[in-house]
Design a protein around this ligand. Structure first.
Ligand code: CA
Ligand code: CA
Ligand code: CA
Length: 257
C-alpha cells in the first residue's frame, strides 16, 4: 500500500473516515515496541522567528532527531535526508523540519486538501498521550495546511476525524531552496518552521506543559519521486502509507533546562 485511502462522508459537522485497503496489524516484536524519544527544551518567548529559516541560535543548540527512516525502520536514502528539532515556550510548541530533496513539488493549495497524496510533512500530536485522540497537521511545500482532530481506536483504525477543526493561531514559515513548479531542474532542500499554540490542542491536559510531561508525537515526510513513494518517519510505524498507529508515536519529553 503506498498511500492512505480515505473515503469521506460528511456527517453533520463532522467528517467520518472509512478506511479501505488498510494493512493488518504487524506482528509485534521487541524492535517494534521501541519508540524514539526526544528531549524538548524550553526557550524564552521571542527567540524564534517563524520564517522557515533555521538560523536561530536556539535551533542550532538543540540536537536534531535521528535522520528519518523508512516506515519499516530501515535507513532512508541519503538524498532524502530528513530531520526535525523541537522547542517550546509558555505559549507554543515549535517544530522545524529539514528535507533534502532534488525535486520538490506539490500542487495543492487549499486548506484540508489531501496533501498526503503529494509531497508533504506531517505532525501527529497526542498531547495527553492517551493513544486515542490526537491532532494531525500537514504542510506542503506551497504552504498549504491540512489540520484535523483524529479519534483512533487505539490500535490503527480511525473512528472519527474532525476536518473542520483549525489549529488556531498556528504560525508557519517555509523556505524552498529550489523550485516547486519546475521538475526539470535540480532542487536542494526545503525547510519548515511551525509554532503550534498549546491552547489550540484539544486533548491537552493543561498548558504550558509540566516539567517532564510527555506528549506522543510522530513526524512524517512523504517523498514522491517519479518512480517511487517514500514514507519517511521519525518513529517507524511498520505500515506503509498509514501513520495512524498512536502506540508507535515517539515520546517528546518537556524539559525546562
Ligand atoms: Ca526562523
Ligand atoms: Ca521530492
Ligand atoms: Ca490524546
Amino acid at each position: 500500500m503506498n498511500n492512505r485511502i480515505y473515503k469521506i462522508v460528511i456527517v453533520e459537522s463532522l467528517t467520518l473516515l472509512v478506511i479501505s485497503g488498510c494493512s493488518s496489524i504487524p506482528t509485534k516484536n521487541k524492535t517494534e515496541e521501541m519508540v524514539p524519544t526526544y528531549i524538548c527544551y524550553h526557550v524564552k518567548s521571542g527567540e524564534i522567528k517563524i520564517d522557515g529559516i533555521l538560523n536561530e541560535n536556539v535551533w542550532q543548540k538543540v540536537p536534531v532527531t535521528c535522520s528519518f527512516k523508512t516506515f519499516d525502520n530501515k535507513t532512508a536514502p541519503y538524498k532524502f535526508t530528513t530531520y526535525a528539532r523541537l522547542l517550546w515556550d509558555q505559549q507554543y510548541l515549535y517544530i522545524c523540519f529539514f528535507c533534502q530533496d532534488n525535486d520538490i513539488w506539490a500542487t495543492m493549495k487549499k486548506r484540508d486538501a489531501p496533501l498526503y497524496e503529494e509531497e508533504v510533512i506531517e505532525v501527529y500530536i497526542d498531547a495527553d498521550n492517551d493513544k486515542l485522540t490526537y491532532t494531525e497537521i500537514e504542510i506542503n511545500p506551497l504552504g498549504a495546511i491540512f489540520d484535523a482532530i483524529i479519534l483512533n481506536d487505539g490500535i490503527q483504525t480511525i473512528k472519527n476525524v474532525t476536518l473542520n477543526w483549525t489549529c488556531l493561531d498556528m504560525k508557519l514559515g517555509i523556505k524552498i531552496k529550489g523550485t516547486i513548479e519546475n521538475r526539470k531542474d535540480k532542487d536542494k532542500y526545503w525547510t519548515v518552521e511551525i509554532a503550534i499554540p498549546f491552547s489550540s490542542l484539544p486533548d491537552i491536559k493543561s498548558y504550558p506543559p509540566e516539567e517532564g510531561e510527555v506528549f506522543g508525537i510522530n513526524m512524517i515526510r512523504y517523498e514522491r519521486t517519479k518512480e517511487k513513494f517514500w514514507h519517511l518517519t521519525w518513529a517507524p510505524c511498520y505500515t506503509e502509507g498509514w501513520p495512524h498507529i498512536p502506540n508507535k508515536f515517539g515520546r517528546v519529553i518537556f524539559k525546562r533546562s
